[in-house]
Design a protein. Structure first.
Length: 311
């Protein structure tokens, strides 16, 4: 009888937690305005935002993020003054779907991005990637033409990931399904303020970033995408790293000099040494979210890379 009561109590607690997570996720979706358009590519419904006119500039976001990140940073507005800006929710993020029938490695996401851009008649864009988005941008540039490559706060070499025990479990088959529909979103929400401090540190979290839709990022579907990306990151960069030196496109690498989430020395500085003719911009006082803390410098790396070295 005692075991039965314990089991019944645990089941009730899980049921209540699941109901709460689904309620918060649905409320976040209702409150979040769909900002762009949709395009169906290879069974994936991709959400993208298009602003401005001119040379195509494609913005690729990081793990756990979405188009809103670039909007809140002001990067879309700044860039749209001179470029045809395309910001895409990667598969499983924001409003984009993520089918379960394939492995969404950075290379697979780069291929999907290439096919989506071809549908939009974009064939050699300026490509900007932040964090995991920089890994996808690198995979793209190794396979397809780009006019210019701008990599921000990227992770380019294999190593120990201290965030993996938190990010990966929701993507584990079976157990991960239970986690992402129950406790993982709640734990993520409790840790959200600390997470923001880590990725912005040593700079303060900007007031405007409070508008980032936390519960939209913590939906079960997006936690699965985040976990899968986190799991694929280290093996993906281990496979790509030997190819970096063959890149022959104009490349600028920008990072916060004081990034406490991804070491600029271990990744950005090392990559600069491998890509011939690349430029390295380290922003003093900036952390991982360099595009928020130093948006003008980031725009300089996109517009006039050599001028940005003078910051």
């Amino acid at each position: 009888m005692e075991r039965t009561r314990i089991f019944a109590g645990a089941a009730a607690a899980l049921g209540a937690t699941t109901a709460y997570v689904h309620y918060k996720s649905a409320a976040a979706e209702r409150a979040h305005r769909v900002r762009g358009k949709f395009i169906d590519v290879d069974g994936v419904r991709l959400h993208y935002l298009e602003r401005g006119a001119g040379q195509p500039l494609v913005l690729v976001h990081g793990v756990g993020s979405m188009i809103d990140d670039f909007l809140l940073a002001g990067l879309v507005t700044r860039a749209a003054e001179r470029y045809r800006v395309i910001a895409i929710d990667r598969p499983g993020y924001g409003r984009s779907t993520r089918p379960h029938d394939r492995r969404w490695t950075p290379a697979a996401q780069a291929e999907l991005l290439h096919r989506a851009l071809a549908r939009l008649h974009i064939y050699a864009p300026v490509l900007f990637g932040h964090s995991f988005g920089a890994t996808v941008a690198m995979a793209y540039a190794l396979q397809y033409p780009v006019a210019r490559l701008v990599l921000a706060s990227g992770y380019y070499y294999p190593g120990v990931r201290l965030d993996a025990p938190l990010l990966v479990p929701p993507a584990i088959p079976l157990a991960g399904t239970l986690l992402r529909h129950t406790v993982s979103p709640i734990i993520g929400r409790l840790l959200w303020p600390a997470w923001r401090r880590v990725i912005f540190s040593p700079a303060p979290v900007p007031r405007r970033f409070r508008a980032f839709p936390a519960w939209l990022a913590l939906r079960p579907s997006q936690l699965r995408a985040t976990g899968e990306d986190a799991a694929w990151l280290v093996p993906a960069v281990a496979e790509m790293a030997p190819q970096y030196s063959r890149l022959r496109v104009p490349t600028t690498i920008i990072a916060g000099a004081d990034d406490r989430y991804v070491s600029a020395r271990a990744h950005s500085m090392r990559l600069h040494g491998e890509i011939g003719g690349s430029e390295l911009v380290l922003v003093p006082g900036a952390g991982h979210m360099v595009h928020h803390v130093a948006a003008p410098a980031v725009m300089q790396t996109i517009d006039e890379p050599r001028a940005a070295l003078g910051i």
